[in-house]
Design a protein around this ligand. Structure first.
Ligand SMILES: Cc1ncc(COP(=O)(O)O)c(C=O)c1O
Length: 389
């Protein structure tokens, strides 16, 4: 029988490694596994149904990969050392020298830097396109285009990409689609169900949920996911057992956290929208947002828990940051605590200034990741910081 989302979050992943009645999966803090004889090691190579060396596989990595795969409706998942290594493994699954990638122009800065400054050195070319403009982006498809990469709700300006439509067009051209579902999580949407080939997560964010783990996950179906595993092992980007264990622990409360954070974020967005010191609010839950209807239809009135906004007087940006008390300034998102970040000088600082300005990533832009605190306290802290002199 198919379980509900919360049940799968709590009980997901195979539990065969639980020993001595342990309620939770023990941490297999070992770099290697022993064999009693050559037959046993040979059986590992033939059937792969046990573990040999942690870089090549470990019960804690498996537990996290399988649990996220179950939530995403994938067949299997691979836990990696960070969100970036998950993205790299997903990209290398589909492209090699001479291939071309299409990437949504508004994307996490680390992803665009990887494409522009690293993969370009190996003859992999990327064109950045606006996936909200179908006519223009579909013109950028070439015969060498093998892959399209996008997030669902973009970072930091929170546009909603119509993945269904993007997949449809990509499929018609034999292009694979990798979706970064970090912001939305499978609680809001499951891109594999609508035709994406691989889904990646920075599990550092909502999967872990407590700002205490750096991890990534790639999920999908065979044979692609086997190739992801091979790349992760060969490039040495497997996840450590303890980090995997933390990721699995965080995952158990994903539904509870998302429910509260999404609800808090909607209230915070409405508060900011009415605030005299705020110029613009970017949040798909606001009816004025250009993708509000798509988001409502698709996510069922949950819009994620990141709200971006610009302040009216951007020369006061540092005073506003100094004015936060409950809300901390840190270049991350998704934890249980509310966090603000400054995209211009952190996540997107390596973009050219022209590109940042064109995209709307200005000095006055603040990205707020709304936590699980009482919403009145978050709002009070925002109001104090915005009125700071
Ligand atoms: C949407 C998104 N994808 C990927 C990453 C990279 O994840 P990590 O920092 O775990 O490598 C981030 C980091 O902020 C992110 O926001």
């Amino acid at each position: 029988m198919k379980q509900g989302f919360s049940t799968t979050s709590v009980h997901g992943g195979k539990k065969k490694e639980e020993l001595n009645g342990s309620k939770t999966l023990p941490i297999y803090q070992t770099s290697v596994f022993t064999f009693k004889d050559l037959d046993e090691s040979e059986a590992y190579y033939q059937h792969g149904d046990r573990y040999m060396y942690t870089r090549m596989g470990n019960p804690n990595q498996r537990a996290l990969g399988e649990a996220v795969a179950q939530l995403e409706d994938g067949s299997d998942g691979v836990a990696t050392s960070s969100g970036m290594s998950a993205i790299l493994a997903a990209i290398l699954t589909y492209v090699g020298q001479g291939d071309h990638i299409l990437c949504n122009e508004e994307i996490y800065g680390g992803t665009s830097t990887l494409l522009e400054h690293e993969l370009s050195r190996f003859g992999i070319e990327t064109t950045f396109v606006d996936l909200t403009d179908e006519l223009s982006w579909s013109k950028a498809i070439k015969k060498e285009t093998k892959l399209l990469i996008t997030e669902v709700i973009t970072n930091p300006l929170l546009k909603v990409i119509d993945i269904r439509r993007v997949v449809e067009i990509a499929r018609n051209h034999g292009i694979k689609v990798v979706v970064d579902n970090t912001f939305t999580t499978p609680y809001l949407t499951k891109p594999l169900q609508i035709g994406a080939d691989l889904v990646v997560h920075s599990a550092t964010k909502y999967i872990g949920g407590h700002s205490d783990v750096t991890a990534g996950v790639v999920v999908g179906h065979q044979p692609d996911i086997n190739r992801v595993k091979e790349i992760t092992v060969r490039y040495g980007s497997s996840l450590s057992p303890f980090e995997a264990w933390l990721g699995s622990r965080g995952l158990k409360t994903l539904a509870l956290r998302m429910e509260k954070q999404c609800s808090n974020a909607l209230q915070v967005a409405n508060f900011l929208d009415a605030h005299p010191k705020v110029k613009e609010v970017y949040f798909p839950g606001l009816i004025t947002h250009p993708h509000h209807l798509l988001a409502t239809d698709w996510f069922g009135e949950k819009y994620g828990a990141v709200v971006s906004f610009t302040i009216s007087d951007e020369s006061r940006i540092n005073e506003v940051f100094r004015g936060f008390s409950l809300i901390k300034y840190a270049p991350t998102l998704a934890g249980v605590e509310s966090i603000v970040s400054h995209p211009e000088t952190t996540s997107h600082r390596y973009w050219d200034e022209d590109r940042r300005i064109k995209a709307g990533i200005t000095k006055g832009l603040i990205r707020l990741s709304v936590g699980v605190e009482d919403v009145e306290d978050i709002i009070e802290d925002l109001d104090r910081a915005l009125n700071m002199r």
